[in-house]
Each structure stands twice: as structure tokens, then as C-alpha cells.
Design a protein around this ligand. Structure first.
Ligand SMILES: NC(=O)C1=CN([C@@H]2O[C@H](COP(=O)(O)OP(=O)(O)OC[C@H]3O[C@@H](n4cnc5c(N)ncnc54)[C@H](O)[C@@H]3O)[C@@H](O)[C@H]2O)C=CC1
Ligand SMILES: O=C(CO)COP(=O)(O)O
Length: 349
């Protein structure tokens, strides 16, 4: 059995800590708020982020980061993208040995346009881990904590590290696949949040399933277009961290991105929506990052561009729908053939 530190006690960190505890590992769940750690240890609940769920005894909450990571074999970082650099830079100061380094965060950093593993690598000395592993896929914390069947992908440029993570998490409720395409897995998990905001807006405007299916399908086309231009294997986007996560986030009642979009579609403004949510809505910052990336890579992303206009340029959702529906006529598979003819690599190290 391993000693694992989970850094970030939001809904996802807590649900993943429960999977590890079910697999009999000793889990230290770190939060940066002392009263939050006390509450979890005393009441065996994480009331704000995963209400009504009993925390197994194998999970102990920590407030001091140095104590949380002392002697652990594995560190799982699962804070919002915005907090990745701060948490990893603190981790770099207190971690004094090599660990298996994992993250479960879905985002891209605006400005630098870096993926989460790239941000982590910039903050952590490379003698603290071999290769970073990302764990991603269609997996709402609420359902994982109920032990409902869930499938995810562990991906790393070093497949052996990914297999270690597969061993650590896999059980009869939580099935873990591996993939060497870390770029594709991270981008799929981050970019689907933009489309989920769009799906929520569409529902909020009162449109039906046709509109949502259109957004998801054409959304996937733009994810694959951008992803393959950045070196991802396009086939990754028809896997769990691509279409799988796109489906769950655009259709689940648990999705924060869908919920935020739904409120926007009903006419609420962004500041009010984010205030109401109380949990991270990664799609907002990722829309900014993806919009910047699409310009940098010269990739057409009309849905992302429309979302950017709604979120940051005060455009009305209905005007963006009109804009999308009246674009120049296209061949449906124009995208697909160019993506598949791009060269890409599926090789692990
Ligand atoms: N909730 C879910 O079902 C899933 C979430 N994810 C991803 O996991 C990541 C984390 O999401 P959630 O746990 O859902 O978020 P959340 O909003 O439920 O919780 C975020 C946690 O991070 C902590 N935090 C925020 N800033 C911090 C800082 N500077 N230092 C330390 N801790 C800080 C908060 O106190 C809170 O405990 C996101 O990237 C999300 O997209 C991925 C899969 C499923
Ligand atoms: O990534 C997720 C499910 O796989 C969680 O999505 P939300 O952040 O929209 O809830």
C-alpha cells in the first residue's frame, strides 16, 4: 500500500482521495484552509465541495503542506488551473524526495498558453519526479464518490509512469486506461469545458437537442483541429478524454461548466454567474486561452470565438448563434481529412 498526498480538497481531489482509500492506500488530503482540514477530520465530511458523502478513515486531512508530503510515494495535484503554479512552487520548497507526480486538473493557462503539466514542470525541480502523469476522462466527482462505474485515462510521455498510476487507482468501480498521448489527453480535458459552456447557453436559450448535438460535434471538430496542430494524436479525441468527457460535461446535471453556461443563456452576467457557482468553472479562463491559441496557431475555431465574444466582449448569446448558423457553407469532412493527413506520433519514450 502506498502513501499518497492529494493536493486540493475540492470535489475532484476528495473523490479521487476516496478511490485511493478504497484501494487501501493511506491518503493525505491537503487543503490550504485550516478550518477545512479540521472539519474533514472531525466530521468525516467535505460539506462545501462534496456534501452528504462520508470520508473513509484512510483519508486524513492536512493543512501543513510539508507534513502532507512527508515520506509519500505519490503526489496528486488537483487544484484549479489558476492555483497550479502557486501550489507547485510551494511543493517544490517542501518536497525532499522523488515521487510519482500526477495531476487531475483540466485547463490551459491564458497568456503563456501552457498545459497543466507544462506549468508544473516549470515550477518543480525535475529531480522530484520522472515524468508527470495526467488523469483525465468523463468523471464527475459526485458519481465517483457514489462508486458509480467510471472510466478515465492515465497519460504520460513515459508509459511506465502511466501504468503505475493505472495500478494505483484501478478498481471495480473506477477503470483506468493508459495513453502515451499526453498532449491530446490534457487538451481534450481542457477544451471540452468551452463546449460545455456553449451547451449550457444553448439550453438556457431554450434550444433543444439538435442544437446541443451540433455544438458537441462541431466542437469536437475544432478541438481536434487545434489539438492536432499542437502535436496531439487526433484519435485521442475520439477516446475518453475527448468525446467521452465532451458528452458527460455537455449533458450532466453535475457539470459546473454546463450550469454556468445555462445561467448565461438565461441572461445572467458572467460575474454574477461565477459568484453563484462557488466552485471552479474552468471553461471561462480556458476559453480565453484557446482563443489566444487559435490565433497563434492560425486555426479556425468559430464556437470558441463565439464563446469568447459572449464571455469577454459582452456579445449577446443569440447574436453568436446567428453568427454561427450563417457562416460560409462548408464541406462537413473538410476538417477531418486535413486532421487525418497531418503527421503525428503515437510513440511513447
Ligand atoms: N469536479 C469534478 O467532477 C472534476 C473536476 N476536474 C478538474 O479538477 C480541478 C479541480 O476542480 P474541483 O476539485 O472540482 O474544484 P472545486 O472548485 O470543487 O475545488 C477547488 C479546490 O481548490 C482549492 N484551492 C483553490 N485555490 C487554491 C490555492 N491557491 N491553493 C490551494 N488550494 C486552492 C479550493 O480551496 C478548493 O478546495 C479542475 O481543473 C477541474 O476541471 C476534473 C474532473 C472532474
Ligand atoms: O471534467 C469534469 C467531468 O469529467 C467536470 O466538469 P465540470 O467542471 O463542468 O463540472
Amino acid at each position: 500500500m502506498e502513501k499518497v498526498a492529494v493536493l486540493g480538497a475540492g470535489s475532484w481531489g476528495t473523490a479521487l482521495a476516496m478511490v485511493l482509500a478504497d484501494n487501501d492506500h493511506d491518503v493525505r488530503l491537503w487543503t490550504h484552509k485550516q478550518d477545512h482540514a479540521n472539519e474533514m477530520n472531525q466530521r468525516r465530511q467535505n460539506e462545501k465541495y462534496l456534501p452528504g458523502v462520508h470520508l473513509p478513515e484512510k483519508i486524513v486531512a492536512y493543512y501543513q503542506l510539508d507534513e502532507a508530503v512527508k515520506d509519500v510515494s505519490t503526489v496528486l495535484v488537483v487544484v484549479p488551473t489558476k492555483a497550479i503554479r502557486e501550489v507547485c512552487s510551494s511543493l517544490n520548497k517542501v518536497l525532499d524526495h522523488k515521487v510519482t507526480m500526477i495531476h487531475g486538473t483540466k485547463g490551459i493557462e491564458p497568456g503563456t498558453l501552457k498545459r497543466v503539466s507544462e506549468m508544473m514542470a516549470e515550477e518543480l525541480s525535475n529531480d522530484l519526479y520522472n515524468k508527470i502523469v495526467v488523469l483525465s476522462g468523463p468523471s464527475h466527482a459526485e458519481e465517483v464518490s457514489q462508486r458509480h462505474p467510471t472510466t478515465v485515462t492515465a497519460s504520460s510521455t513515459n508509459l511506465k509512469e502511466a501504468e503505475k498510476v493505472q495500478d494505483l487507482f484501478i478498481n471495480e468501480n473506477f477503470r483506468v486506461y493508459t495513453s502515451p498521448d499526453m498532449i491530446g489527453v490534457e487538451l481534450g480535458g481542457a477544451l471540452k469545458n468551452i463546449i460545455a459552456l456553449g451547451a449550457g447557453i444553448s439550453d438556457g436559450l431554450g434550444y433543444g437537442d439538435n442544437a446541443k448535438a451540433a455544438l458537441m460535434t462541431r466542437g469536437l471538430a475544432e478541438i481536434a483541429r487545434l489539438g492536432s496542430s499542437m502535436g496531439a494524436n487526433p484519435l485521442t479525441f475520439i477516446g475518453l478524454s475527448g468525446v467521452g468527457d465532451l458528452i458527460v460535461t455537455c449533458t450532466s446535471i453535475h457539470s459546473r461548466n454546463w450550469k454556468a453556461g445555462n445561467l448565461l443563456g438565461k441572461g445572467h452576467d458572467l460575474a454574477e454567474v461565477l459568484d453563484k457557482m462557488g466552485m471552479v468553472v474552468e471553461g471561462v479562463r480556458t476559453t480565453r486561452a484557446a482563443y489566444e491559441l487559435s490565433r497563434k496557431q492560425n486555426i479556425e475555431m468559430p464556437i470558441t470565438q463565439g464563446l469568447y465574444q459572449i464571455l469577454f466582449e459582452d456579445e449577446k448569446p443569440k447574436a453568436v448563434v446567428d453568427q454561427l448558423m450563417t457562416r460560409l457553407r462548408r464541406h462537413e469532412m473538410e476538417d477531418l481529412s486535413s486532421i487525418l493527413s497531418n503527421r503525428y506520433s503515437t510513440q511513447s519514450e
